[in-house]
Design a protein around this ligand. Structure first.
Ligand code: PRT
Ligand code: ZN
Length: 302
């Protein structure tokens, strides 16, 4: 597959649906930029173009993304797991496939009740009205908990005021910080789904388009891995190599290098895939490490 601008004009291009504006959009555009992919054209238009890989970007509402991918109008998309799963559970026929999890736009889908309810567990919802725009996920959870007789009230937005208006006894909605629930006199009763952004692909994708999706996925993995990854270097006593390896967060086997004229001392280099905190540095120092350097990693491809 050719991925440069000199590609023949009839080279297939992957059509990627992303949220035009909203909570997912900023992180999506940030991730594409970290992958070295520049989305050309203003976000106000329906289409944009990426030159570094043969990708056309479709700028849409997040709720439309699973349908666009499943229906063949787009080949791939970036969407919240909550929207993807709800579509999968309520769709007739084949949907899109998950190509990868992306780790951003994390939130939880929760059932919430009035703060003054002494919540005894899911059985509380038997015979209760629950306002939500996630009937598929909610009904699935109620069933898995053996709750029957709950009434799902479909609402699109402003769920949090439904109990006060007497429209429902409880709600099922996305929670991030919990501030919205709190200001509306509600509290989380149970978490029914943990969500994060997903890269999804059309079920029948093959040939060059699949190769482009794989190339995109590879870049995204590299970009996400290098966000937290650090390159750590230090000098340390030869005898402390295994103790030091145990302290390095998320590191594979470190590289050990001889130091000229220093028989007992070695240099240790390692890629740490988790955050390197000051506490880790203090522990390394306690194990005899000195000249400890922690460097950012610009790009990484495993
Ligand atoms: O216009 P469009 O339809 O594209 O956007 P939208 O308004 O439907 O979605 P948007 O941009 O609000 O959210 C897009 C995706 O971001 C969601 O599908 C989730 O995957 C993810 N996400 C992450 C969130 C939140 N955090 C979030 N906090 N989506 C919504 N919220 C809302 C929630 O519905 C509730 O009203 O924020 C409120 C709760 O927030 P806290 O912090 O007060 O708990
Ligand atoms: Zn939406």
């Amino acid at each position: 597959m050719s991925t440069d601008q000199s590609a023949a004009p009839d080279t297939p291009r992957l059509r990627l649906a992303v949220q035009k504006k909203g909570r997912l959009a900023d992180d999506t555009f940030d991730l594409l930029a970290t992958c070295g992919l520049k989305v050309r054209s203003g976000r106000s238009r329906l289409f944009a173009r990426i030159e570094e890989l043969p990708i056309d970007v479709l700028l849409v509402r997040d709720d439309d993304i699973p349908e666009l991918v499943a229906g063949g109008a787009a080949d791939a998309g970036i969407v919240g797991g909550n929207v993807y799963e709800e579509d999968r559970l309520t769709r007739e026929g084949a949907g899109a496939n998950i190509a990868d999890t992306l780790g951003f736009s994390r939130c939880r889908l929760c059932v919430a009740v009035s703060k003054d309810v002494d919540y005894p567990g899911p059985a509380y919802f038997a015979g209760k009205k629950i306002a939500t725009s996630y009937p598929g996920l909610l009904e699935g959870w109620l069933k898995s908990q053996g709750v029957s007789g709950a009434q799902v009230v479909l609402m699109h937005g402003a769920h949090e005021i439904a109990p006060r208006l007497g429209l429902a006894d409880a709600i099922c909605d996305i929670v991030s910080t919990g501030a919205t629930l709190d200001t509306n006199g509600l509290k989380v009763a149970d978490t029914i789904y943990q969500s994060e952004a997903l890269l999804i692909g059309a079920a029948g994708l093959d040939g060059e388009k699949l190769a482009i999706l794989e190339a995109l996925k590879g870049r995204m993995r590299g970009a996400l891995a290098s966000r937290h990854a650090k390159y750590v270097m230090m000098n340390a006593p030869r005898a402390a190599i295994s103790a030091i390896s145990a302290v390095l967060p998320g590191a594979d086997a470190p590289t050990v290098l001889e130091l000229a004229g220093e028989g007992d001392m070695v240099a240790i280099h390692a890629v740490c895939n988790e955050d390197v905190l000051w506490e880790h540095l203090a522990e390394l120092k306690a194990q005899g490490a000195s000249a400890i350097l922690v460097l950012d990693i610009d790009k990484m491809l495993n």
